[in-house]
Design a binder for this molecule. Structure first.
Ligand SMILES: Cc1cc2nc3c(=O)[nH]c(=O)nc-3n(C[C@H](O)[C@H](O)[C@H](O)COP(=O)(O)O)c2cc1C
Length: 190
């Protein structure tokens, strides 16, 4: 199984991206292949001008098309997800998330915008036709300590991320078994 991660912070070393880092380690132990994308890897003028043909955008579109699922991370900015993440989602085809499971995660300065994933990001993921959107994980800055570009996550956050990783693996396995079953039925009826 193969997932794509999208790190939606404009910062290269970022708290929300550290959630992806932790989840990736958990998922690698389940033999899930992971392909990472971040704002820094993409060509900002291409994002800002909606250049669907730019090679970095085409590479992202292809990776998303081939993925079984995605993890999308964002900081909370002005009570919503980051603007630069929106520019990334905007260059995906309108059904880019069809047949895919998505795990959204966010970090914010406080609990004030705990629901930003629910009221801001999830409707956009639905518009991109995500088949299943998991409940997601919200972390406050106080749960992510940073020292010398290393992030240390507190125990409560690690536990919630472990649960989210397990849910994602379960959803991906169910999806894989459904797809294999459907293919077998087609072969049988052919
Ligand atoms: C421009 C800006 C706007 C922010 N707006 C909010 C906000 O509305 N609510 C909130 O809880 N935190 C807000 N924060 C704090 C960030 O969400 C928080 O520090 C987050 O963990 C940063 O993640 P990152 O390191 O991945 O960029 C804001 C930070 C910045 C720089």
């Amino acid at each position: 199984m193969h997932i794509v991660t999208l790190a939606g912070s404009p910062k290269a070393f970022s708290k929300s991206s550290s959630l992806i880092g932790y989840l990736s380690q958990r998922l690698a132990a389940d033999a899930i292949q992971i392909q990472h994308f971040s704002v820094q890897q993409l060509h900002l003028p291409a994002l800002l001008t909606g250049d669907f043909q730019h090679p970095s955008v085409v590479a992202l579109q292809a990776a998303v098309a081939q993925a079984d699922g995605l993890i999308i991370a964002t900081p909370v900015y002005k009570a919503s997800f980051s603007g630069v993440l929106k520019t990334i989602l905007d260059v995906l085809p309108q059904d880019a998330l069809a047949h895919k499971t998505v795990l959204p995660v966010a970090s914010g300065g406080s609990l004030a915008h705990l629901l930003a994933l629910d009221y801001a990001l999830k409707p956009v993921l639905s518009a991109l036709k995500a088949q299943e959107i998991l409940s997601g994980v919200f972390a406050t800055d106080s749960q992510i300590q940073t020292h010398a570009e290393q992030a240390v996550l507190d125990a409560d956050l690690r536990e919630r991320l472990d649960q989210a990783a397990a849910q994602l693996v379960h959803a991906l396995r169910c999806r894989r078994s459904y797809v294999s079953h459907s293919h077998a039925e087609v072969a049988y009826s052919a």
